[in-house]
Design a protein around this ligand. Sequence first.
Ligand SMILES: CC(C)(COP(=O)(O)OP(=O)(O)OC[C@H]1O[C@@H](n2cnc3c(N)ncnc32)[C@H](O)[C@@H]1OP(=O)(O)O)[C@@H](O)C(=O)NCCC(=O)NCCS
Length: 287
Amino acid sequence: MTSPFFIPIPADRYNFEQLANIYNESRVDYIVPMPMNAKRMADYATQYAVDLAASVVAINKEQQIAGLGMLGVRGERAWITRLGVIPTRRGRGIGQFLMSKLLENAVSRGCIHAQLEVIEGNEPARTLFSKLGFIETRRFLVLRRPPGNPPDFAFPVTVEPLNHLEIETYLVHRCDHPSWLDETPSLLAGGAVAVEGVRVIQESGESGWGVFRPTTFQLSHVTMGAHEQGGALSAELALAILTAIHHKHPRRDTKVENVPENSPLLEAFGQIGYMTEFARIEMGLRM
Ligand SMILES: CC(C)(COP(=O)(O)OP(=O)(O)OC[C@H]1O[C@@H](n2cnc3c(N)ncnc32)[C@H](O)[C@@H]1OP(=O)(O)O)[C@@H](O)C(=O)NCCC(=O)NCCS
């Protein structure tokens, strides 16, 4: 249902503070509170390739700002994010109007596939996306680990820091299938804080790498791979890499988003104190 009463305004007509305010207003009652400020919104746009000219603020027939939706674009793939309608303005077609405009903008930029994630249990949003033809593709877990020293290494290892070139090389050749948030361009995009990395070498010679984004209080985007076996990590090596990361930053809280529910790495995350906070469903649409 698109309506002649609603007006789409390209999001690049607003500054990041205004966009953060609209976003926060549309999420005051959200299942998982994730408030943003201008700086976080600006970093988010950079890290996740948000095309602000293709992102939309919706104005309702009373000329009020009613909602927001953002579009990330990478090649032929589009990602829909930050969608929200201000609670008192819901149920009148604004959400569907925003989605239609975002999909139209994606097609006009040459995209043939759209993807998004929705928190499990968010029935209004999941129903909206299904109505538009999105199909569920994967289930992800969002993990959290409180600050604290990890247990000692289970066996002797050598830990070395990675330089930026090594980080880039490992990420470019990784063999996992991350969500949009953890794709290599998300990790390498400037943003506010550079990524850091470690190499862990076991006595057996088996070795792997871990890359993560450190901010003042939190680590995020933890990504790992092995040097052998086509990049697939054993649970033992994954645990050693996580131990090395948390030895280096014992005082930071850690959030790892969108780990596929069937990931072989989940065992290692659990062993070192990560807990599941909530689940997300990834959905996709061929356009
Ligand atoms: C999800 C959201 C954007 C929908 O916006 P909205 O303007 O209320 O939705 P619309 O009026 O355009 O409804 C379009 C369709 O969405 C679905 N829908 C909307 N609200 C629904 C509800 N409460 N329960 C079930 N389905 C619902 C229906 O399929 C509806 O079509 P219909 O009217 O023909 O039944 C809004 O509820 C919201 O902002 N929620 C909080 C933020 C959020 O969840 N964002 C998405 C994160 S992935």
